[in-house]
Design a protein around this ligand. Structure first.
Ligand SMILES: Cc1cc2nc3c(=O)[nH]c(=O)nc-3n(C[C@H](O)[C@H](O)[C@H](O)COP(=O)(O)OP(=O)(O)OC[C@H]3O[C@@H](n4cnc5c(N)ncnc54)[C@H](O)[C@@H]3O)c2cc1C
Length: 568
């Protein structure tokens, strides 16, 4: 397995060198990505008076762009900002529901996609596989995970419509040779339990190839569908400002570059600009844990700078009322963690390692010396993982095989090759003694050996009185060579966004909708809070699909009742 191959899996499947140029993984700390979108600053912003407080950049009202700089005016029924999963699907649905002129603009030269996992409840794939889950329980846990700080109606609406939206998308891409299956890497522990709600698309001619699955095959196929339906795409077209008629409707969107702007006079405008993980200022205000992470990745080229959030707030739109916002923080840019002993920079154990990737990545951040953490195992380690997989006990996005379908074999060789690669990259160190391993990790050897000895004692009794790990997951670390993999909390996306209602309208601080302005996908709020609920892995993409399907009806002023409802 080449490094390129592995990174492609993270990106979503396909090698597209040109497309990803300049989007290298930021593996060694937060990459400089904090530049606010130019509209807030370069347009000569005027600060809002906050009684002597330093104004936050997004609170500044932008100076109106002079008419002389607007070189073109374009009229359309609906303007969608952002050619990602949400925006492309929204455009297809709008066309299907009868809108004549739908334009999608994007600041990048091409469409955006990454990852693979997509949640839906009770899709046709569930029915085909005979999987019937307690969906009510999932929603209960989701609300609990968010400590009740969400709009529960949005969650229920998702639960009811996501299956039909998924089925619709499956039918859209089937003629393009793309099919779908369910994913097996969900966490199967008794707590932090994840559910088999996750779909992965693949190229029908290439089902076994991990590289040919995920959004890297799905989203380009959807783009083709949108083009066939005569959606008009304007790339290299960055939205910079909304024009709102006082407290009335949004009438236009200005996009482009200084001196050469286009004014889109759109009947309706949909924000589908993604999240704001590449904007350090927004992170500091709404999701500070994002700035603590070891690395941050987003494809393409860290386009997730929160432009849509900012533009909406500048004309009176509100963020969801509760912060901090949830963040998707996984272990992608470090070593594979598995559920082995984890130690910190002091050589001490610090957690029950029997948790999903999100909880593990977040938990480690609070450890000494900037959250340094290692996973420790011996020569038998991967065989132990194999056994756990075979017993149906394991999963949780901390293996190399991120995109395994239900029933697909777990390949030990895949993990071994990946480990070799990680050894070369310095993410994994290997030694023939614990002393040597401690030295390579830079942790105090005596403390480290004490920790391993204690862990081995617990393994003998099978009773983890220190942290309560499941008996079958605690095994002695005794046979050389010994391995230590460095864990990296990797910020993927923020999951908080603009205050919205069941019709995806952007709301102001008084909960009143801003006429003609909508939001779907990762920019939409009130759906997550506190922490990202991996109980439904792929719920980020899932809501892009459901929102994309429903927004077409809403834009076309049709009832969403026409979308089949699953009364779970
Ligand atoms: C490595 C990685 C793997 C992931 N894997 C998964 C997964 O498996 N499952 C899951 O659920 N989630 C996953 N996510 C998160 C998920 O990909 C996103 O949350 C989701 O795709 C967002 O889709 P979107 O359409 O809302 O936004 P995006 O896909 O980000 O698209 C937004 C588009 O808007 C454009 N845009 C932004 N600002 C402007 C502007 N001012 N003017 C014009 N255009 C603009 C951008 O260029 C971009 O093309 C992953 C994230 C990462 C980083």
């Amino acid at each position: 397995m080449s490094r390129e191959k592995f990174e492609n899996i993270l990106k979503g499947g396909i090698t597209r060198r040109g497309f990803f140029k300049g989007s290298a993984l930021a593996l060694g700390g937060l990459a400089a990505s904090s530049i606010l979108p130019s509209m807030t600053t370069s347009a000569g912003a005027q600060a809002v008076d906050r009684a002597g407080c330093t104004p936050l950049p997004w609170e500044a009202k932008p100076t109106a762009i002079p008419a002389s700089e607007i070189k073109k005016t374009v009229k359309c029924d609906a303007l969608i900002i952002g050619a990602g999963l949400a925006g492309i699907l929204g455009s297809i649905s709008g066309k299907e529901q009868g809108l004549k002129n739908v334009i999608v603009i994007d600041k990048n030269p091409e469409i955006a996609f990454r990852g693979a996992h997509i949640t839906a409840f009770n899709s046709k794939v569930h029915k085909k596989r005979g999987i019937n889950i307690n969906y009510r329980q999932i929603v209960r846990e989701w609300v609990r995970w968010a400590q009740g700080r969400v709009n529960e109606d949005l969650l229920v609406s998702f639960g009811r419509k996501s299956g039909a939206a998924m089925d619709w998308m499956i039918d859209l891409v089937a003629p393009k040779g793309i099919d779908v299956d369910l994913w097996d890497e969900y966490f199967k522990g008794p707590d932090y339990t994840e559910y088999p709600v996750t779909h992965i698309f693949y190229d029908k001619n290439n089902k076994d190839d991990h590289d040919a699955r995920g959004n890297g095959v799905l989203v380009p196929a959807l783009f083709k569908v949108a083009q066939e339906k005569k959606v008009d795409f304007h790339f290299n077209m960055k939205a910079v400002q909304f024009i709102r008629n006082g407290n009335g409707p949004v009438t236009s969107v200005i996009a482009g570059v200084p001196g050469n702007y286009t004014k889109y006079d759109a009947g309706k405008t949909v924000i589908a600009t993604g999240d704001y993980s590449s904007n350090k200022e927004l992170l500091a205000r709404y999701a500070p844990i994002g700035n603590m992470c070891d690395s941050q990745i987003y494809f393409p080229n860290k386009c997730n700078t929160g432009d849509g959030h900012i533009m909406a707030m500048q004309i009176g739109g509100a963020m969801q009322k509760v912060s901090p916002h949830a963040c998707v923080i996984h272990l992608e840019s470090g070593a594979m963690s598995y559920s082995f002993l984890h130690v910190n920079a002091l050589g001490k154990r610090f957690m029950n390692e029997d948790v999903n990737t999100q909880s593990k990545s977040c938990g480690k951040l609070f450890e000494p010396k900037g959250g340094i953490a290692w996973t420790i195992y011996d020569n038998d380690g991967l065989a132990q993982v194999q056994e756990q997989i075979d017993k149906g006990m394991s999963g949780g996005l901390f293996f190399g095989q991120l995109n395994r379908y239900i029933g697909e074999k777990w390949e030990m060789n895949y993990e071994k090759e990946l480990r070799e690669k990680h050894i070369k990259e310095g993410k994994v160190v290997v030694a023939n003694s614990l002393d040597e391993l401690a030295k390579k990790m830079g942790v105090p050897a005596d403390e480290f050996k004490k920790t391993v000895n204690r862990y081995n004692d617990l393994a003998k009794t099978g009773n983890d009185v220190d942290y309560g790990k499941r008996k079958d997951l605690i095994k002695p670390i005794a046979k050389a060579p010994f391995y230590a993999g460095k864990l990296a909390a990797t910020l993927l996306t923020t999951s908080g966004g603009l205050h919205t209602n069941l019709n995806y309208q952007v709301l102001d601080n008084n909960d009143a909708p801003i006429e003609n302005l909508y939001v779907i996908g990762a920019a939409a709020g009130d759906f997550f809070a506190a922490d990202y609920p991996t109980i439904c892995p792929g719920i980020g993409h899932g809501r892009c699909v459901t929102g994309g399907k429903l927004i077409g009806y809403i834009l076309a002023k049709k009832s969403t009742d026409a979308v089949p409802t699953f009364n779970f």
